[in-house]
Design a protein around this ligand. Structure first.
Ligand SMILES: Nc1ncnc2c1ncn2[C@@H]1O[C@H](COP(=O)(O)OP(=O)(O)O)[C@@H](O)[C@H]1O
Ligand SMILES: O=P(O)(O)OC[C@H](O)CO
Length: 542
């Protein structure tokens, strides 16, 4: 029998790529990283064109198949498709035309503060958390969906007429890529809508009612390994889509964190620390999220849960150094620039671009840079920006250790920014724990490949998968405990300065209402203009 493969599509916030995996779930070839350009129509807003997300998924498959062809691998040898995706990002489209009714609202978009406040008046955040594992926050899809209904007439009308469909990016991609037009999702993505009962793994009527929709527009929830549909008109036509899993949980799987207490931290656009918390949802007093980690069998008891510390800005701060400040030409350059100085010279960059997620959950925070002196250079800013990822991780790690009741002995890392050795060393220093980076940092796609391959029984055993994972590099703490504490305490001070900076975090209205001074100036201008015209006409007549 010829060798069999699984292809995984990783639809991230910054880019989409496809990777092909062999029988041992090792990567064989991949596409390019196709950039998913975000749109920022207002400060704090972030959108994707859903058609670009779809186009990049198709392009990534084509590119990956072209690479496979060079290795004499035929499309018919690819037996399953897995999809992993940026979670919470919300798409609403018309079920008849297939057209999106609005741009996708990206997970870290902060426009929904007023919607969130309205929902909090109806329901206590703690009540919602006890059902869904999540507090009421701008982060989750349900809140974004409500905002669309209230602010986008096309969405409201389509919902009323029964033609709208809602989904996260996985649902949007499967609906478009499958010949059946399957309207489906998995437990890890549904678990980020704030509408799923985390125990029964089904839509919760009370929460669905709170958002104000009917379940008709919501996708069917399946385990991560299931028959989601079959590929339509590409070279992979007919191939089963048998794995769907949110990108952060997918990385947990890719890192083979199958034991309670094992954790990974993924440094992509954002940064997400997830700890496997076992087969029952764990509710804690800290501000971590309770969320499904994975479910590979159809029996709901097979669902494994996790605690998650979500950080909105990680690699995005490096993109900001590149695109907004122009102090680097590409992301990898940040490492050399940061290494050109021995330390940050007491400069701290707090990139809270649209507030903080875990563990602060503060919409009123904004980014700040403190400690600048005459001597500060772009290298200090670059170094302090990198270091900020390590401090934020330390905060969520501290919270998860408290919740789990045991200190974490090792931190497994992955994601696009984890290739940065300096960042990984900073991380080991600041958490005071060994940091282990796998030889293949693309663990996100690997988790989805595992889920898809598990369904077709190509990857049967979790143990076998775990044994085939290898550590690429280990980073050991190099600073003293005293130095570590001093640095963390300075970071805490810097964070304090960013909290409460936005006096009213509610978004500005879509239509600009001019202030009275502008109205008065306009009226005076119009009166002067009219008088001048009248005089001119009289003069001409005369
Ligand atoms: N060498 C590097 N050092 C620091 N950050 C990097 C480096 N390479 C990429 N990044 C950052 O990592 C992010 C991309 O990582 P990736 O895992 O592909 O993200 P996503 O899954 O969110 O699309 C970008 O925000 C980029 O700025
Ligand atoms: O695109 P990433 O990899 O930063 O992940 C985004 C997360 O899924 C948002 O919750």
């Amino acid at each position: 029998m010829s060798a069999q493969y699984v292809i995984a599509i990783d639809a991230g916030t910054t880019s989409t790529r496809a990777i092909l995996y062999n029988r041992r779930c090792n990567s064989v070839c991949s596409s390019k990283k196709n950039e998913n350009l975000p749109l920022h129509p207002h400060a704090g807003w972030a959108e994707h064109d859903p058609m670009l997300l779809l186009g990049n998924a198709k392009l990534s498959i084509e590119q990956c198949l072209a690479e496979a062809k060079k290795l004499s691998i035929k499309p018919s040898q690819i037996k399953a498709v897995g999809i992993t995706n940026q979670r919470e990002t919300t798409v609403v489209w018309d079920r008849n035309t297939g057209s999106p009714l609005y741009n996708a609202i990206i997970w870290h978009d902060a426009r929904t503060v007023s919607t969130m406040e309205t929902l909090r008046k109806k329901f206590k955040s703690e009540q919602v958390r006890s059902i869904s594992g999540l507090p009421i926050s701008t982060y989750f899809s349900g809140v974004k969906l409500r905002w669309m209904i209230d602010n986008v007439p096309e969405v409201a009308t389509a919902i009323e007429e029964g033609t709208a469909l809602f989904g996260t990016v996985d649902t949007w991609l499967v609906w478009n890529l499958s010949m059946e037009k399957s309207h489906v999702t998995d437990v890890t993505n549904a678990g980020r809508t704030m509408m799923m009962d985390i125990r029964s793994l089904s839509w919760d009527p009370t929460l669905v009612d709170l958002i104000g929709v009917s379940t008709d527009i919501l996708p069917e929830i399946l385990p991560c390994s299931a028959e989601f549909g079959h590929m339509a008109d590409t070279a992979l036509k007919g191939t089963v889509i048998s794995g769907v899993i949110g990108d952060q949980q997918s990385a947990l799987v890719g890192q083979a964190c199958f034991e309670t207490g094992e954790a990974k931290n993924t440094y992509g656009t954002g940064c997400f620390l997830i700890v496997n918390s076992g087969t029952k949802p764990k509710f804690t007093n800290s501000y971590l999220l309770t969320t499904p980690a994975y479910q590979f069998e159809s029996n709901p008891d097979s669902c494994v849960y996790s605690l998650e510390g979500s950080i909105a800005v990680a690699g995005a701060a490096i993109t900001w150094l590149r695109d907004n400040l122009g102090i680097i030409r590409n992301a990898p350059e940040v490492e050399d620039l940061a290494m050109s100085v021995p330390d940050t010279d007491d400069v701290y960059v707090v990139p809270a671009f649209s507030g903080f997620l875990a563990p602060y959950w503060r919409e009123d925070a904004r980014g700040t840079i403190v400690g600048i002196t005459q001597r500060t250079t772009r290298a200090h800013i670059a170094r302090a920006t990198l270091e900020s990822m390590a401090y934020k991780t330390q905060k969520v790690l501290e919270a998860s250790e408290k919740d789990m009741g045991v200190p974490l002995r090792q931190l497994r890392v992955d994601g696009g920014a984890a290739v940065n050795d300096l960042l990984m060393q900073m991380q080991a220093d600041i958490v005071g724990t060994e940091v282990l980076r796998p030889s293949d940092v693309e663990t996100t796609a690997m988790g989805a490949a595992f889920a898809a391959g598990h369904f077709i029984r190509l990857y049967e055993s979790l143990d076998e998968f775990r044994e085939s994972r290898t550590v690429g590099k280990k980073f050991i703490p190099m600073i003293t405990e005293e130095e570590r504490e001093r640095k963390i305490s300075r970071w805490n001070d810097a964070v304090e300065r960013s909290l409460g900076w936005v006096l009213d975090p509610r978004p500005k209205p879509l239509i600009w209402i001019p202030p009275p001074s502008v109205v008065a100036a306009f009226a005076v201008g119009a009166a002067v203009g009219a008088t001048a015209m009248a005089l001119l006409c009289r003069y001409k007549k005369a």
